[in-house]
Design a protein around this ligand. Structure first.
Ligand code: AHM
Ligand code: MG
Length: 337
């Protein structure tokens, strides 16, 4: 049966904006520009196996990791799609060491865009899911100088966050602080259509997602928690199932829809210098905003991710994210003395 109302992402954004009296349309324009970039990246990702675009460029990104060609493509595409609209004053990308200024020839706007252009890039050659993550803040500084300070923020200050998942179909999921909405790209008309209204994560799941190969690097609390999830107990629906793709957006998206917990704890082999992997501004904070809006939780084990004030552009944090009851229980294990 046909749905009585087909809602394009553009219509949804406009309708959301109408809820804010005094809105100028600026933010609508920003999100609209992002959807254009998303569609173009989706097209390239879909045909990646067909053209000579796969493979390694030979350059390393700021984290010392090998950059694949599609990462470079996605990074440039987002920068080019977003720089001229007059909505942004600055950008920061996981692939760039420093902030990305808006070129002089374009007007500057009041928003800041922070993004991971193509996360999970180690999965590209295997045709597995990858994603783009984004986060939007209002400009903080005043005056003519726009600085890194505008990007070094607390997650609670986000005005929007979302991701695009390039999977069996392409989806865009986003929040502006009024619930989480998912749109599926209909390639025949080139439009994102509302497919997941007001997404809520189950309060408890039966899935855990973690790189178990790192087990010997975990702190005691994490070791005990994962061992607990593997025990059998019908009352608490254990054992949990392990599902791990190694592509954050894909692991996150599945757990958001089915319930569960994703963990990337710090490497604790030197307890005085725990080493996290995921980035606060590009990965943790936007997904934390989305999960809280969907009724879930995001924590480092010790603190709420959205409360962390960024002090460095490429700062890394432990990420424990998912169903509320699962994350709360993890915190108990983690903080047990
Ligand atoms: P990337 O931003 O370089 O793609 O790395 C982040 C990815 C995440 O998508 C994923 O959750 C994690 O790294 C997987 O790491 P590991 O291979 O150590 O399990
Ligand atoms: Mg990433």
């Amino acid at each position: 049966m046909l749905k009585s109302k087909v809602v394009t992402i553009q219509r949804h954004i406009v309708e959301q904006e109408r809820l804010h009296p005094g809105a100028t349309g600026d933010f609508t324009g920003l999100l609209w520009d992002l959807t254009i970039a998303a569609k173009t990246i989706s097209r390239e990702v879909n045909k990646a196996g067909l053209v000579d675009i796969l493979g390694v460029t030979g350059e390393n990104n700021v984290h010392g990791e090998i950059v694949k060609k599609l990462d470079v493509y996605a990074n440039e595409k987002i920068c080019k799609s977003m720089e001229h609209g007059g909505h942004l004053c600055i950008m920061a990308s996981e692939e760039n060491k420093d902030i990305i200024p808006i070129p002089d020839e374009f007007p500057k706007g009041k928003y800041v865009l922070i993004f991971d252009p193509l996360d999970g890039s180690s999965n590209i050659d295997a045709n597995a899911c990858i994603g783009t993550i984004f986060s939007v803040y209002r400009r903080k500084t005043t005056g003519s100088m726009i600085t890194q300070e505008d990007c070094l923020r607390k997650g609670t200050e986000q005005v929007a966050a979302g991701y695009i998942i390039y999977g069996s179909s392409t989806m865009m999921v986003y929040t502006t602080g009024q619930g989480v909405y998912g749109f599926t790209l209909d390639p025949s008309i080139g439009e994102f259509l509302l497919s997941h209204e007001n997404i809520r994560i189950p309060s408890k799941g039966k899935i855990y997602s973690i790189n178990e190969g790192n087990a010997n690097t975990w702190d005691e609390g994490t070791k005990k928690y994962i061992a607990y999830l593997k025990e059998s107990d019908s009352l608490t629906e254990r054992p949990y199932s392990l599902r791990y793709i190694g592509s954050l957006v894909a692991d996150f998206h599945r757990n958001l829809l089915y319930g569960g917990i994703f963990l990337y704890p710090a490497d604790n082999r030197d307890p005085n210098k725990p080493k996290a992997k995921l980035r606060l501004l590009y990965e943790a904070a936007p997904l934390a905003f989305i999960i809280e809006q969907a009724g879930g939780m995001a924590s480092t084990g010790k603190e709420r991710i959205l409360d962390i004030q960024a002090t460095e552009l490429h700062q890394k944090v432990p990420v424990i994210i998912g169903s509320k009851e699962d994350v709360l229980l993890y915190e108990k294990f983690f903080n047990q003395k």
